[in-house]
Design a protein around this ligand. Sequence first.
Ligand SMILES: CC(=O)Nc1cc[nH]c(=O)n1
Length: 114
Amino acid sequence: MSYRNITFFSRFESDILADRKTITIRDQSESHFQPGEILTVARNEDDQYFCHIRVNAVTPIHFDALNEQHAVQENMTLEELKSVIQTIYPGQNEFVVIDFTRLDVTGNVAATNS
Ligand SMILES: CC(=O)Nc1cc[nH]c(=O)n1
């Protein structure tokens, strides 16, 4: 079976593999993912595969509505999160929050609390 792809910057890889990062905030160009969909995850810099994730929810959000809960789910402070998003997407305000669960190599949910 083939899955759609998503990439993350390599600096996020360790947090994703440790289940410390369980959301990603993307612009409209990546708002097409669907709840229940399984995605193949690779590093943005070298396209190296590193895991699969299951999409739990895709929720529109304005930049100004980002809050502490999002920051916790990104394993960042809110200040860091807003800075990261403004750097990746300069001048943009409309995003989606993609809530995801990492899958283990057998395709099962990896974390025990999901
Ligand atoms: C490659 C890329 O855009 N990666 C991003 C963007 C926003 N959030 C995130 O976790 N990763």
